[in-house]
Write a protein that binds this ligand. Structure first.
Ligand code: CP3
Length: 345
């Protein structure tokens, strides 16, 4: 069953097997810090790019061809599940994602559809096109948003600084919150299994805004659903990476959901996090993405310091603690990847 990739570093590290060096990829590697991204973006809307398999594949391949990363991540967005469920989604320049019909009451929640995996078939089509282009060279990472993070966008109607409406919902109307979260979780299971069936080699669950939650609320409104999703995946050799901002705190709970890898933000010492996880749970991370604005000398020092901390540890994937910002110099990203690829444990 296990597919033989020419470069299997990411899969081996995800399953805590020994690798000669850490594999490297970066969240938001297919994005706005690349001139070549803008050449495409200037011709289409963001959703058009996601929904046209050839274009999604073109963007997915940019960091593969230009940066030499050890894994590709499918070009898409975490909010496509919410859109498929009935959210009227748009992405506006400088504003980010917006839902024209935010969820504010039970009637709104009831209107969310769950029999929608068919609406997401374009993602499966994009995966197939990417795999034809990759030709087994490196793994392709698929992904979805975790229910709590997706809920926050549906409730706020877009990005939020303080998640005020979301937290009001969790605190004042927990049953309504659970009703929505369960619907998103059900769709996410079908959606990730569609991605496995279409041929992704690994999966990442993005719970970007979990850091807004207290420990107890994280357990009740986030962890529980992530655990449910992970337990229902047809994993068969496809490792699952669980990412959240807040992982420096939540890592032990994240591990209880039984992913293969916990992806850690940049607050904690990665070695300390790993030492406190059960045997066989790998870690991913955790360079502060802002380091990539700094001088090359600093970038190298910070990466090598992280590697010194992780020396002798199987189950380590190099990544950032969060995504690449759009104004980070391309050259610095490329340099960081070269530093990782030159390293040997
Ligand atoms: O990582 C990759 O390169 C793969 C593609 C990818 C995108 N979004 C492309 C994108 C992935 C994995 C995502 C996930 C995503 N989307 C997350 C989780 C990861 C994270 O960063 O925490 C979240 C929270 C979203 C929601 C989202 N989509 C936001 C907040 C925005 C606006 C960002 C901003 O700063 O304006 C988007 C749009 C988006 N998703 C862009 C890209 C390349 C920018 C679209 C554009 O070109 O205008």
């Amino acid at each position: 069953m296990t597919k033989q990739l020419q470069n299997n570093l990411l899969i081996n590290a995800a399953f805590s097997q020994q690798t000669e060096r850490p594999p490297v990829w970066m969240m938001r590697q297919a994005g706005r810090f690349m001139k070549e991204y803008w050449d495409i973006k200037n011709r289409y809307s963001f959703l058009e790019m996601c929904k046209t398999p050839e274009i999604a594949a073109d963007v997915t391949m940019l960091p593969v061809d230009l940066l030499g990363v050890d894994a590709a991540i499918l070009f898409s967005d975490i909010l496509v599940t919410a859109e498929a469920m009935g959210g009227q989604l748009s992405f506006e320049q400088g504003v980010g994602p917006r839902f024209a019909n935010p969820i504010r009451n039970m009637a709104d929640a009831e209107a969310l559809q769950t029999d929608v995996v068919e609406n997401l078939h374009y993602v499966g089509d994009a995966i197939k096109v990417v795999q034809q282009r990759l030709q087994g060279s490196i793994p392709l990472v698929g992904f979805a948003g975790a229910p709590f993070t997706v809920l926050s966008y549906l409730v706020e109607g877009g990005s939020s600084k303080d998640f005020k409406r979301t937290k009001l919902l969790l605190h004042n109307e927990p049953e309504l919150a659970h009703f929505i979260l369960q619907k998103i979780a059900d769709v996410t299971v079908g959606y990730l299994n569609l991605q496995i069936a279409a041929g992704v080699d690994a999966l990442q669950l993005f719970d970007s805004w979990a850091q807004a939650l207290s420990w107890d609320d994280y357990r009740t409104f986030s962890h529980q659903y992530n655990a449910q999703i992970i337990s229902k995946l047809n994993r068969k050799g496809v490792p699952v990476i669980s990412f959240c901002k807040g992982s420096s705190v939540f890592a032990p709970l994240m591990a209880e959901a039984k992913p293969d890898v916990v992806s850690v933000d940049w607050n904690a010492d990665l070695r300390n996090v790993k030492d406190n996880l059960p045997q066989g749970v790998a870690v991913q991370g955790n360079l502060d993405p802002f380091v990539l604005y700094a001088d090359k000398k600093v970038i190298k020092e910070k990466i090598l310091h992280l590697f010194e901390r992780m020396r002798g540890q199987d189950g380590f994937i190099f990544n950032l603690g969060h995504g690449i910002m759009p104004d980070i110099p391309f050259d610095n990203v490329k340099y960081a990847i070269e530093v990782v690829k030159d390293f040997r444990f």
